[in-house]
Structures are given as C-alpha cells and as structure tokens.
Ligand binder design. Sequence first.
Ligand code: PEP
Ligand code: MG
Length: 561
Amino acid sequence: MQTFTGVGVSPGRIIGPIRQMPHPISEPASGERLPEGVTAEEATAALKSAAKAVHDGLKARSETVSGDGKAVLEATALMATDTMLLKAAAKLIGRGTSSERAIWEAGASVAEMLHNLGGYMAERAADVLDVRSRIVAELRGVPAPGIPASATPFILVAEDLAPADTATLDPETILALVTAGGGPQSHTAIIARSLGLPAVVAATGVDQLPDGAEVYVDGAAGTITAEPDESQRAAAAAWSATASLLAAFDGTGTTADGHLVPLLANVGGAKDAAAAAALNAQGVGLFRTEFCFLERDTEPSVEEQAAAYKGVFDAFPGKKVVLRTLDAGADKPLPFLTDATEPNPALGVRGYRTDFTTPGVLERQLQAVALAEKESEADVWVMAPMISTAEEAARFASLCAEAGVKTPGVMVEVPSAALTAEAILREVSFASLGTNDLTQYAMAADRQLGPLAALNTPWQPAVLRLVGLTVEGSAAEGHSKPVGVCGEAAADPALAVVLTGLGVSTLSMTARSLAAVATVLKTVTLSEAQELAKLALSASSATEARAWVREKLPVLEELGL
Ligand code: PEP
Ligand code: MG
C-alpha cells in the first residue's frame, strides 16, 4: 500500500480509478521542415487522416453526452475536418513545412480570421486552437490535451488545473481531483470546492501513478493511497452515507446565539449565480468578472459586459451582489490587459494595477456595471482587486462615483492594505478580505506552487493577525465599515468560525460549502467563536492553530468535514 501526502482542500473520501491529465501540447518549432524522404503528398495524407481521427473521436464523445457539452463537442468535431483549415495547412506542406507546424500555423490564421469576424464566429476561434493541438497530438502519437474523456467515472490527476479547465470538467464523471502541484489557494482548490469534489493538492509523486490504478482519496486528511484496504473501503462507504446527512443551508447564516453572519456565494457568471441562489446563498460576496472573459483576447464591449453582469444580478433580486472589477494577471491572464512576459506576474501589473498600463478599461467596466444595475433589482456593490494604498482606494471610489456606481469597496489581499485598513476604509464603503492572495503575499509563497503548500494556508497566525488588523481598522473612530471574507478561508467551516470570532461581518464561498459552514457556525456562540479566534492567534504555527480549533469543534469529525 503506497500513500502520497498532500494538502486536503475539499473534504470527502472516495475510491476509484485514476486518469492522468496529459501534458499540454508544445508548439512545433517555427520553420520545422518535412522530414527527409517524406513527400508533401504523404505528409498531407497523414495530416488528413489525423484530422479525421480527431473528428471521429470527438463525434463519438459527443454521442455519450447531452446538453451544452454535446453541442460544443459536435462543433469542435466539425472544425477538425474544416476544408479551409486543411487546405491552408496543405498549402504550407506543399512549401516544405512539416505537417505539425503546418496545421499549427494554419490553425492560428483561421483562428485570427474567425476572431476578426466577431460574434458567434469569434467564439469558434478557441475551437480551432483546440483542434490544432489535438491534430498535432494525433500526429505525434501522444494523448490528446485537456481533461481525458471517459464513459466511466474516474479520479482526475493533474499537475495543476487552470480556471479555463473548469469549462470541460464534467462533475458527473469526475470523482475527485488530485494534483502533484498547486497549493491550497490555487484554482484547482477553488474549482474542486465549487464542484463539491474531494480534492488533494501538492501530492508529490501522484503523477507517476499509472492510468487505471485504483486509489483511495481522503480530501480532509490530504492523502491518496494506492491499492486501498478494507478499512479504507469502509471509510469511503461511510462518507457517502454522512455526506447526505449534512442539512441543506436554510438561507440564514447565524451563530448558536443568533449573531447573524450572512453567508454569500462566490460566482463566475450567471450559471453559478443561479446555482448559488438555488442553494439559498444570501447574495453574492464575490463575482469574479474576469471569469466571464477568460477566453477573450480583446476587451468585451460595454453592452456585452452589461449583459454578463445582469445575468448574475438577476439571480439575486433585492439581495446584495458584490462585483469585483477585472482581476487580470498572474494565474488569470487576460491578453487584452496583461503582459505575458512579466518576470514576476504575481507582483506585477495585475488587478486594479492594469489601470496604470491600460487606462480606460476600468472606466468602461464601471459604465457596464452601472448599466446592468439600472436594469436589475440587485443591491450592487463594486470592489477593486489588489488595492495596496489609500490613494488607490480614493481614486477607485471617484471612478465609481463618476460612473454612477453607488457602493465602492476594495479587496484586502495585499498586506499593506490590511496594515493601513483604517485609512483605506475612510475612502470606500466596505472591504472584502481575499485570503488567497493575502496569504500568498504575507508568506511570500506563490499560491500555485505545491512545494510551498505548507506556508500557503490561511491558518497561518500571521494571516489571521492581518485579518484582525483589517477588522480593527474598519471599526476605527469616526467610521465603521463592513469587512467580509471572500477567499477560500471562508469555505473551511472551522476557519469560518475563527473569522467570525475575529469580527468579519460576512463570509463568501463557493455555494457548495454553504451547508457545511452554516451547520458548524450554528454550533458555537459568538463568544465561543471569539475564544477560538484568540486560541488560533496564540498558536505558534498554522498546523497548531488548525489542530487546536478543530479539537474544540467535534461536529467536524462527526460530519467528516
Ligand atoms: C483572493 O485572493 O482571496 C480572492 C478571493 O481572489 P482570487 O482567488 O480570485 O485571486
Ligand atoms: Mg485575489
């Protein structure tokens, strides 16, 4: 029995076969020529048969799924044998270019052409780029890129997942997520929680397991065990029984003694918002607007943005929706805002800072928000990501006022913002703690790096102190402004209790975590939560803080959380 240890980021105990996520397809070298002895006719024939194989594979897959997924797969299958694409590649092969390079370049020019046509055609550009990678994989005889297709459920093992992978992740066939890299605040963790899948990140060595190997995943303990034994089979069976014991969220976040802590949802678009409303979220605490435009390489128009935002607002009439302006950069690049060649993207021009280098985009986004707000009944609040100083907060507030956005706020995710919260909160109406980035910057540990996972946890007493300082700043003499948490820390039921004890006023999380957080919060009074916060602050390490608090909350073990 071989056990791999990582960091558990989404609870659940499950057994199943694994499938490894193939590595992305590398670009064939520019100028790559046909190999010696291969004629252009032979290379073109090989390309056509690779394209047909890709077409047939995608078509067969489309027959096994329904809804949106089916339509996407059918459209992509057709693209694989598109005459314009293959003719353009054949022309290049005729000039001596290798078939891999030829389809790569042809794909790029067809994608650009589609893109320039705009509208529906522009959306197909991403399909062409997907198809060209699949054809290159077929020509090279390596697995197709992206999440593997499977008719039977499996545990997905990857180096790490990007936000864009969510679109192709089918929660019906994926049992759990395991990554060799990534950290507890990485997007894999965020995706796993939002889909309610057990997940372990930073489990070194799991990428060596062969496809099909049966493993036991414990998403709370952070372990993956090959060749599970009887006790692990029993634990997996017990989990599927207890998971359904967790009562659904009734729509009121409160402690045992009635101290209200509204529980809100983190969403990336209208679909998430509808799902969150169905799970009784009390509103939206973080609308990641960049998630609406991850595939775009040009700025979306004001009208297009307004339609996307209204889709979220309409799911919560009369309720609070906190929209975050585009947080482009680092792990969420948007080609129209970020520079892919920056040496240190996490410390670079990202979030609010893109306004320094690409002025105008923020103003237009605020106009779109105001437009959408006018046509909806939601109580819209708007915050800027990556604010570091009170001057930035003041400028953001004045841009909001100019656009007619009534409730401006900031994310506190840079330590300087936590340390100067009082001055910052004089300028705006509220703050929301982004504990994912606050942790990465407080600990100087890239949130995407597996080897730094132990540093990268919001249980770090240093991070909890920054949370406490922000709350203190918000209640300083002369003003009192609400401070919520919208980082992943809010989705951890034990940490949610600590954050409540530290004085945060709302908790925003993936909608799937609402029930667990609400259930645990209801078992403590406010003063007990304050005691647990003091206990966590007095710990000398993150491990100690977590263990001490968990020990005082036996309900966690009872529910397998
Ligand atoms: C955060 O940093 O905690 C946060 C909520 O923003 P994101 O995860 O999108 O960077
Ligand atoms: Mg952030």
